[in-house]
Design a protein around this ligand. Structure first.
Ligand code: CS2
Length: 508
């Protein structure tokens, strides 16, 4: 742009783009604590979304800074589209994280993400980097969908043609394919042990990932080196981890606000809440950053933390998202601020989820729930109900169906959890919200659910058809008469009255 000094490409607002050359313009307190040029790559990360940039990279950079280590730069491979990688590369992989809450705002540029690429364009590079001796960690934030598993059984989606094609030897396009080929290349290179750490909201994410990799390796005879599975068992650990930070997709307004604070334009800007938590199973054979210095908790068993986080936080998040979307509310903050929905979530958690939990030491549920609801209500975050509601067919299991199963086994009737499942299905099938406006929720099963609920018949018949989705409900819930009745009641209620009224009644 005319008037800009040479070498400083201007962004859309006439401001120079954030990159290594403009870093020096930033006030010292906003600059990264580590020099990007000093960092080498020790972590390959699959997925380059906003959550990753506001969570793992933040913990890693802080830990490396406090430990005085320069070997924990990250290569992040975006999976679904080249966009994140392109934006990052245009900025020398520098980007800012802005933490926002009422009356609070802090922003900082991070330097630890050192390379960004789109796995779809460069699968061999991903594989090659996993095989490098300097890399001792592979981490993942690829969302529930990235695991290509049957959510009800936790086994590989064996009929997925993309997985089969990867197993047969093409440059891998799936996450599991990249991982398995990367481990195969690592074994061939003699590069030694590595830890593969899932940072996605799944039950037993480490054990699940280990099983899926192993099933992929066995999928097609001769598809992978003989003995690979045994080598993985000896040399690769899959620590489970529980991640928590609310990080909505950044909007153009977010990018503008960050630019105003930075004085340079950051098109890869991330906005998040101030809160952040990470609990990791301490199961590493290879070196790792000293994340504990940055506040991560390394524990022998994450399961109590995981149940609490998935069932209380994510379960409530999804509940607000489906009921809020049906009610025509735009954001989770609006839904959490709606007294009828808040009351519903409190009853759901305290009466149905609570009896299924074994709390981690020192955690008190009422306080945890208050904090979660306060975080959801953060008006500075524009997390849309539609974003949280997306892909519910993969989220229901970890977030709500565990509660349903445990309550049924206790002889109780989880009617509020069943109502949320009904709200999920109604939001997918109905096509309009309670205000008569179009409602489109993204979900791999959207068309099937619409078909199942669209056929004529009673709510009981709809519930029975819905429970035929065994990949969501499993054989057990699929055949449970009590759950079918509760689900039918929920479907019936939501077809007869607006979601907010139904929630208010169910909260009573
Ligand atoms: C959300 C999560 O989009 C969603 O499904 O429920 O991303 C949630 O914000 C995080 O798990 C919070 O840690």
């Amino acid at each position: 742009m005319a008037g800009e000094p040479a070498g400083l490409p201007a962004g859309a607002h006439g401001l120079a783009l954030l990159d290594r050359s403009t870093l020096a313009r930033l006030p010292a307190r906003l600059r990264p604590s580590l020099a990007p040029s000093a960092l080498s790559v020790g972590i390959v990360h699959l997925g380059a979304g906003a959550f990753h940039r506001a969570h793992l990279v933040v913990y890693t950079e802080r830990a490396a800074e406090l430990a005085g280590e320069e070997r924990w730069g990250l290569l992040s491979a975006s999976q679904r589209s080249p966009r994140a990688a392109e934006l990052l590369r245009a900025q020398d992989c520098l980007y800012s994280v802005r933490a926002v809450a009422p009356g609070r705002c802090s922003i900082k540029v991070l330097a630890s993400l050192r390379e960004a690429l789109f796995a779809g364009e460069a699968p061999e590079r991903v594989v090659g980097r996993i095989a490098e001796g300097a890399v001792s960690l592979v981490t993942l934030t690829v969302t529930e969908k990235g695991y290509r598993h049957d959510p009800a059984t936790g086994h590989l989606a064996r009929k997925d043609p993309e997985l089969l094609a990867d197993a047969l030897g093409r440059p891998p396009r799936t996450v599991l394919g990249q991982l398995a080929r990367g481990l195969e290349a690592r074994r061939r290179a003699g590069a030694g042990p590595v830890a593969v750490c899932s940072c996605d909201n799944l039950v037993g994410n480490g054990a699940l990932l280990r099983r899926l990799v192993s099933e992929l390796v066995a999928l097609a005879p001769g598809g992978f080196d003989a003995g690979l599975d045994g080598w993985i068992r000896e040399n690769v650990t899959f620590p489970s981890s529980v991640v928590d930070r609310i990080v909505p997709a950044a909007t153009p307004a977010d990018v503008e606000e960050s630019a105003a604070l930075l004085g340079v334009e950051d098109r890869a800007a991330v906005v998040a809440e101030p809160f952040s938590q990470w609990v990791i199973e301490d199961d590493f054979l290879a070196p790792r950053p000293r994340w504990e210095l940055a506040g991560a908790e390394l524990v022998t068993d994450v399961s109590a933390h995981e149940e609490l986080k998935l069932r209380v936080l994510n379960g409530s998040h999804s509940s607000l998202a489906y009921l809020g979307a049906l009610a025509g509310l735009g954001t989770v903050a609006e839904a959490a601020g709606e007294p009828r929905l808040e009351a519903f979530v409190r009853r759901l958690v305290l009466e149905e989820v609570a009896p299924t939990l074994s709390l981690p030491p020192g955690v008190e549920l009422a306080g945890y729930l208050d904090a979660v609801l306060e975080r959801f209500a953060n008006p500075a975050l524009r997390y849309t109900c539609l974003q949280v509601a997306s892909d519910g067919s993969l989220k229901l299991g970890p977030r709500l169906l565990g509660t349903v199963r445990d309550r049924l086994a206790q002889g109780a009737e989880p009617r509020r959890a069943a109502l949320v499942v009904a709200a999920w299905a109604t939001a997918l099938a109905r096509g309009v919200d309670d205000l008569g406006r179009p409602l489109v929720v993204l979900d791999p099963l959207a068309a099937r659910v619409a078909e199942l609920l669209g056929s004529p018949g009673s709510a009981g018949a709809s519930a029975a058809r819905l429970l035929g989705l065994l990949e969501v409900f499993g054989e057990d819930l699929g055949e449970d008469d009590r759950f079918r009745r509760l689900l039918a009641d929920g479907l019936e209620a939501l077809s007869a009255a607006p979601a907010l009224e139904v929630a208010a009644l169910a909260a009573g």
